[in-house]
Design a protein around this ligand. Sequence first.
Ligand code: CDP
Ligand code: CDP
Length: 230
Amino acid sequence: GLRQPIIAIDGPAGAGKSTVARQVANQLGLVYLDTGAMYRAITWLVLEKGISIDDECAIAELVNDCRIELTPSQNIQFPVQVWINDHNVTQVIRTVEVTSQVSAIAAQSAVRKALVQQQQNWGQKGGLVAEGRDIGTHVFPDAEVKIFLTASVAERARRRHQDFSTQGQAEVSLEQLEQDIAARDYKDSTRTISPLRKAADALEVETDGLTPSQVAARIVSHYQDRLAQR
Ligand code: CDP
Ligand code: CDP
């Protein structure tokens, strides 16, 4: 049947996926889907319940029996509110604790299976800008537009560092952020199931030295070219 277009945006931490995906969605009147927030929410729940991150059975049970909701909000710093089993986890999913464990949990097959299923259900009618690690390769392989965003590790750490200081969060050093990001890049791109990879038909955009608006404009123009070709 006729479905609205889907824009898939993948890339490593700090490449600008969330910021740019949100801008593109606003400009084109599409819905923004942050899939990383879903992996973070599950990770928060696992830690909250004191389940060991190696206990794949218990985690599978948890993920198959939880409800995640993403709701738009007027809060400029957190324009998407994230809920799991009715807990508002918008802010706690961004902590160092969750960030350091999320890649291990996101590598588990039961977790990926359940969350991908949910994402595909939400995307059935299209009209989405979805961002993550496996959107163009696995979640929406038929997306009309696929983008792979990159930037150097140094630039990505610098961006995260700036985000933390604007939010007035406990000081995390630039060196620490570089190490964390490099470790997550490695885990996400070497895991067995749907590793972080550029889809063959994705447009790669190297974002060092570009502003979010410049990147968004490039994506919108690529989207318009692609639709004109249909
Ligand atoms: O915002 P940031 O790039 O730091 O991370 P995120 O997009 O919130 O994703 C957090 C983690 O979730 C990633 O490091 C991956 O381990 C996992 N993830 C994934 O495996 N697949 C996705 N589609 C999205 C996120
Ligand atoms: O979602 P992802 O982890 O890929 O990146 P993000 O959470 O959107 O964070 C990127 C940060 O870098 C934000 O503070 C953006 O304002 C900034 N930034 C960007 O996203 N894109 C650029 N081209 C330049 C800076």
